[in-house]
Design a protein around this ligand. Sequence first.
Ligand SMILES: Nc1ncnc2c1ncn2[C@@H]1O[C@H](COP(=O)(O)OP(=O)(O)O)[C@@H](O)[C@H]1O
Ligand code: SF4
Ligand SMILES: [Mg+2]
Length: 331
Amino acid sequence: MTPPLDPSSPSTPPLLEIANLSVAFSQGRHLPIRDLSLALKAGEVAGLVGESGSGKSLTAFSLMGLLPHGAKIRGGKISFEGLNLLALDPQKRRSLCGSAMGMIFQEPLSALNPVITIGEQVAEIFRYKAGKTRQEAKELSLSLLSQVGLPNPKAAFKSYPHRFSGGMRQRVVIAMALALNPALVVADEPTTALDPTIALQIINLLRDLTAARNSGVLFITHNLRILEGFARKVFVMYAGLILEETERGLKSPVHPYTQGLVRALPPNPSERSGRALIPIPGGAPGPSDDLPGCPFAPRCPEREERCALSLPPLKTLREGLKVRCFRRETC
Ligand SMILES: Nc1ncnc2c1ncn2[C@@H]1O[C@H](COP(=O)(O)OP(=O)(O)O)[C@@H](O)[C@H]1O
Ligand code: SF4
Ligand SMILES: [Mg+2]
């Protein structure tokens, strides 16, 4: 058997590579995603963070081929396992979703059919995507429901989604996304609807199951705390742009926006500093705000005159660190 590739090795080719992606809605000039580049190796976990409306879900939908009506890819390239997804036959692309690429949505109810039992929904994946017999599919489903921590898989198999709590439903959705051992898992705010204790259990489950499968994970969240101990590679998104890309987690943020996000975090229960929580003033720009310069300028404590005039480039400051800010051009 070939050993899994080491994601930390520079020679490991990317599993997923998004290059200079731009997305637009047909009704306007505004680009909710601008020139976004992001790469992920097999077995690597990356976080995509940013406030609501920054373009995180549209990024996920672009790569899964699930963009909402009216949204169009205006430029760029998305390659997955060497395949150019944007040039792929639509049927082939659809068949990748749910097999080599699994997606976990924010609200598990939207991913589950309320009138079909959980067992049938999971078994269907094995039957129709992996060609298993009814009996094989049932056995594989029961084993998977047990792996995701459902206390009574046989009873769960026969139940309908409404009988389950939000946390249990999210476990079922994780089971469905991981059923065929996808090379890539995209999780879009999978714990937002859950209380913090259950959210932590779900994160740990996802981390363990994807590590066991050597799946690459793109974990999308507005909550930086969730990424601690999970993703060292983090892309920080704002107004459709990547402002910071780091391979060292968010312990030492560099961009003024990332620094603001970290200062706005409530202290960790293990922290004894009693430090004050400092929110970022103002709000993120909306589609009608036509800002020619740095999109963070209206809220930035370090802005200068030039910041509002032109967009700073995303610069490599050192290996594993890229930042888009005029005042962080050296480190
Ligand atoms: N269906 C849609 N029609 C028009 N604008 C949309 C639609 N979906 C998202 N947008 C806009 O695109 C931007 C990014 O949205 P989204 O990717 O959902 O943000 P996030 O997931 O980071 O909260 C937002 O400004 C949002 O208003
Ligand atoms: S470019 Fe200017 S406004 Fe933007 S983050 Fe840097 S200092 Fe702040
Ligand atoms: Mg979203």
